[in-house]
Ligand binder design. Structure first.
Ligand SMILES: Cc1cc2nc3c(=O)[nH]c(=O)nc-3n(C[C@H](O)[C@H](O)[C@H](O)COP(=O)(O)OP(=O)(O)OC[C@H]3O[C@@H](n4cnc5c(N)ncnc54)[C@H](O)[C@@H]3O)c2cc1C
Length: 503
């Protein structure tokens, strides 16, 4: 049977940074990273705007960044965590730079700092408009060279295994599906780290890739981990509207910070009606303002107007965004860019302490799948890459201190999933997923959020899914869809609880 000291589930910024730090410090420990598709297929590689760090202590300060984060979080942040993350940011940035990650500088060699919604200062370090890709590439390059890390692509983790003794539950390993060999296997672990990202794919319009189906949330919940604040899903106001796909291309917040305007069908700016900061208000406020504008006008989208900005400077600052628009026949210097709000970021998740530890022994959660207390009701732009780095560091330090206490479980395990089935039901599950996305979007964006009705509909989808696989043993589309259903139910339940508390 396979075994490893540390299993990391996910190859985004949090999982890779954690792996790098831990492998360097503890060459005696074996580390396995499993990822359900290729290593690069993550939310991380899509991050455009960059990472929020206070580097200029003359105009800016930790206190201002803390204040902006707390304001965006609308009274629901954990102040101690906000302090820790923001004050630790320069050290974590230094570590990224040490491995060769490059961030843009001006001609005098100073950081070229971007401004984004909700930030009172320019403080976003970026690599053009491909910051996440730059970070992901550099981390993957380092990790490949580390002898005690094994990267297993196309290994879909299905479930965590736990043991409970004297009322204490411990995570002892995980079941996974090895796609290449079409086998379900089990791996024993001393520590498991979930870094599985978000759940944007539960919604009709999202900036998240297809991997973002809430697997980590569903797995952790099944294992008995506490899940919190899933009612706070952040919508990004400026996703490029095409009317076709469900994964929408993001037009970074930094474009508004750079001076772009949001206009309606009549080419009029309207955001100042909703917030005095106009285009620089936080994402939740702008997304809600756009939704209201769309309700009044019965249109499908509004526009981002970049026509007044210097063409060459814009192209230089945002090469990937410009190239994508051009491919669709949109020229930012002459054309309006159609945009809609899209599900972008999961502010809540698996509840963890300041070390990324869950309530289950030996189980950690870091990155977007974790609820750390940093974001409250609404994440401040470019704070999530930062949160991923800081909690990867915290977890790594903590595991270094504590792993000696943990040995492999000696229990003989009867696999819960005896057989895998090569699946031919992707199409059928695509249809079910579409229905689920419609249902979750309608529920989440409606004024009354009728949880009981949504719950009933989800039960029907669950029955349909079970009927589909009755002929087989188990299939990946089924597992992924079940995770989406489970995560949807948690969102609905936590929205319901919040509504009750507000009454
Ligand atoms: C378009 C876009 C732009 C963004 N821009 C910014 C930005 O400028 N600044 C910022 O701070 N944040 C930004 N964000 C948010 C940020 O990118 C993410 O929050 C962050 O990258 C998440 O990193 P992560 O390590 O938690 O997980 P991810 O990068 O999402 O990686 C998740 C990993 O988990 C794996 N996984 C999931 N389920 C399973 C399973 N069952 N079995 C095995 N593996 C599994 C996936 O395969 C993947 O490897 C952006 C997000 C998007 C979508």
């Amino acid at each position: 049977m396979l075994k490893t000291d540390i299993l990391i589930i996910g190859s985004g910024i949090s999982g890779l940074f954690f792996a790098m730090k831990t492998a360097k410090k503890r060459p005696d420990l074996s580390i396995v990273i499993m990822t359900k598709e290729t290593a690069k297929n993550t939310n991380t590689q899509l991050a455009q705007g960059g990472i929020a760090v206070v580097t200029n202590h003359i105009q800016d300060s930790f206190n201002q960044h803390i204040k902006d984060t707390l304001r965006a979080g609308d009274g629901h942040c954990d102040e101690e965590i906000v302090n820790m993350v923001i004050k630790q940011a320069p050290d974590r940035l230094k570590e990224l730079i040490e491995i060769g990650t490059s961030f843009d500088k001006d001609q005098e060699g100073h950081w070229e700092l971007g401004l984004e919604g909700g930030h009172s200062q320019h403080r976003i370090l970026h690599h053009k408009d491909s910051s996440g890709l730059e970070i992901e590439n550099k981390l993957l390059k380092i990790i490949k060279k580390m002898p005690n890390i094994e990267m297993l692509e196309n290994h879909f983790v299905i479930d965590l295994n736990t043991e409970t003794k004297k009322n204490k539950t411990t995570c002892t390993g995980a079941f996974f599906y090895d796609k290449k060999h079409n086998r379900i296997k089990y791996i024993r672990t001393r520590t498991t780290v979930l870094s599985t990202g978000g759940c944007g794919q539960l919604f009709e319009n999202t900036t998240n890739p297809l991997i973002a189906t809430g697997d980590g949330i569903a797995m952790a919940a099944r294992a008995g981990a506490e899940i919190e604040d899933m009612q706070y899903i952040q919508f990004h106001p400026t996703a490029l509207y095409t009317g076709k796909e469900n994964q929408l291309f993001l037009i970074s917040e930094a474009v508004r910070g750079y001076g772009a305007h949001i206009v309606n069908e009549d080419q009029k700016r309207f955001l100042f009606k909703y917030d005095t900061r106009g285009e620089l208000a936080t994402r939740d406020i702008i997304s809600q303002a756009i939704s209201k504008e769309l309700q009044y006008s019965s249109k499908n989208h509004v526009y981002l107007d970049c026509r007044h900005l210097d063409r060459d400077a814009f192209y230089n600052q945002f090469p990937a965004i410009t190239a994508h628009c051009n491919e669709l026949g949109i020229k930012p210097e002459t054309d309006l860019i159609p945009i809609v709000p899209a599900a972008h970021y999961q502010c809540g998740g698996i509840k963890v302490d300041r070390n990324g530890a869950t309530n289950i022994r030996n189980l950690y959660a870091i990155g977007e799948c974790a609820r750390t207390g940093l974001h409250g009701k609404n994440r401040l732009a470019s704070n999530s890459l930062l949160e991923a780095l800081v909690f990867a560091h915290q977890a790594s330090e903590n595991i270094d201190r504590t792993i000696a206490e943990f040995t492999y479980s000696s229990k003989i395990l009867i696999p819960k999933f005896p057989k895998a089935q090569q699946s031919n039901d992707y199409y059928a599950f695509d249809i079910l997923k579409k229905e689920l996305k419609g249902l979750v979007t309608a529920f989440y964006t409606s004024d009354d959020r009728n949880a009981d009705v949504a719950h009933e509909k989800i039960k029907m989808l669950n029955n349909a899914a079970i009927a589909l696989i009755e002929a087989h043993e188990i299939t990946i589309p089924f597992i992924e869809f079940s995770n989406m259903l489970a995560t949807a139910l948690i969102i609905i339940k936590q929205c319901k609880t919040e509504k009750k508390e507000m009454c």
